[in-house]
Design a protein around this ligand. Structure first.
Ligand SMILES: [Zn+2]
Length: 129
């Protein structure tokens, strides 16, 4: 474990707080989108409607992104519970403590993360013939 008990406690508190914030955000976005949907049925002029649709799309995109982040934060909290936190998913080495403090949801050490992202880019860039 690359973090001391005090640091781990801090990270855990940060993650829990982040989780609460994210859950509240997603909840209010989804609630907002739903209630707007009700109002729209009254029928207003088209410009208004498409603006509102764009806003709704944006809200849903944000909600999606936040839902994904909730999974990452939950995963990190579970790793803390299981004493698996701070170990690289790929190489099994300890993740640098400063990296964890800067990015508590990190699952990989910097080397593996860089490699992972490069692999990802390459796959995406390769034309499927
Ligand atoms: Zn690694």
């Amino acid at each position: 474990m690359s973090l001391g008990p005090e640091e781990l406690k801090k990270v855990k508190a940060e993650l829990s707080q982040r989780l609460t914030t994210l859950q509240e955000n997603v909840h209010s976005r989804v609630a907002g989108v739903n209630s707007e949907g009700e109002l729209d049925r009254g029928g207003s002029d088209r410009g208004d409607e498409s603006n509102r649709e764009l806003e709704r799309d944006l809200e849903l995109t944000n909600a999606d992104r936040e839902t994904y982040e909730i999974q990452l934060v939950n995963g990190a909290l579970q790793r803390i519970e299981r004493d698996e936190y701070g170990v690289c998913l790929d190489c099994g080495e300890e993740i640098n403590g400063n990296r964890l403090l800067a990015n508590p949801i990190a699952k990989r050490c910097l080397d593996c993360q860089t490699k992972h992202e490069n692999d990802f880019d390459e796959r995406d860039a390769t034309p499927s013939l």
